[in-house]
Design a protein around this ligand. Structure first.
Ligand code: ZN
Length: 312
């Protein structure tokens, strides 16, 4: 059984999106409470440091960061995106949350490379997979998973990285960032049509993008079959040196933002399958980032299944 390190920070709880917003601090509180209740696994919680600009700049240009941080209000909230997506917001405490969320992946990368941990979970918000190179989108500012991937490639002798995204929404940001980069495989299963609207099977990049769009109402059994046939098979043959997971838990049947029917235990099955591939090809190295998931009970249960899979 593998030990799991968890990165998080209180700043990630201070990111406020206002009343009634689905991406709220209670999501992370529910996840952290649930992690603390796990008593049969070896889990170590650690504070996420702030990411440095030079590392973030491996993905996002400095002008983009400056633009975001200059928009941060001293009181209240400010919407960053134009209509119809006016729900990506900055609050006075945003900067530290954004930098700590991204910094978690940098520290996680160091940990898996120095061998201190093979499995890391970044329990952070804001999430990242909708953030493109120079575009804020879908509650996301910096693409935490993408920065970790680029950091690993630039700092270590790591070439091939697979990013597996089982959030119910397509990770348009991650796809855009790596669309022409054969060293990074991006594989996503997501409800379609649904926000952000991308993620057709015909979007293949340079043969490194694998999209599995699924219909509203898809059952747990069907989801897992498609995940196996269209995601895992391709990751297996890519033989990645590190696997990164964009772990959203909004394909759960209880989630209010989508209509897929996963049960909490299915997150064990998917994670366990990913870990088995990592054990075969990636020296067991897996970094998982919290993305979406908006029902507190589903989050609480699903995270325990995810951790059971990560520790296997
Ligand atoms: Zn999502």
């Amino acid at each position: 059984m593998e030990n799991i390190r968890v990165y998080s920070h209180s700043a990630c709880l201070s990111k406020d999106n206002g009343e009634g917003h689905p991406e709220r601090k209670e999501r992370l509180e529910s996840i952290l409470d649930s992690i603390r209740r796990i008593d049969d696994l070896s889990i170590e919680l650690k504070e996420a440091p702030k990411a440095q600009y030079k590392d973030i700049n491996l993905v996002h240009p400095q002008s983009y960061l400056d633009e975001i941080f200059e928009m941060i209000p001293s009181i209240g909230l400010v919407g960053v995106e134009k209509e119809p997506y006016a729900d990506t917001l900055l609050c006075p405490d945003s900067k530290e949350a954004i930098l700590r969320a991204c910094g978690s992946g940098i520290s996680a990368s160091k940990d898996i490379m120095d061998g201190s941990f093979k499995r890391i979970f970044c329990a952070v918000r804001p999430p990242g997979h909708h953030a493109e190179t120079s575009r804020v989108n879908g509650f996301c500012f910096l693409n935490n998973a993408a920065v970790a991937a680029r950091y690993l490639q630039s700092s270590y002798d790591i070439k091939k990285i697979a990013i597996i995204d089982f959030d119910v929404h397509h990770g348009n940001g991650t796809q855009e960032i790596f669309y022409d980069d054969s060293s990074v495989l991006y594989a996503s299963i997501h409800q379609h049509p649904l926000f952000p609207g991308t993620g057709l099977e015909s979007e293949t990049g340079v043969g490194n993008i694998f999209n599995a769009p699924i219909e509203a109402g898809t059952s747990s059994e069907e989801f897992l079959r498609i995940f196996n046939e269209k995601i895992l098979v391709n990751v297996e043959s890519f033989e990645p040196e590190v696997i990164i997971i964009s772990a959203g838990f909004d394909a759960h049947k209880r989630d209010p933002l989508a209509t897929i029917n996963l049960n909490s235990e299915d997150y064990f099955t998917m994670t366990n399958d990913i870990v088995e591939i990592a054990n075969r090809h990636s020296k067991g190295r897996v970094i998982s980032f919290l993305e979406g998931g908006y029902d507190l009970q589903a989050l609480s249960e699903s995270i325990q299944s995810h951790f059971k899979g990560l520790s296997a």
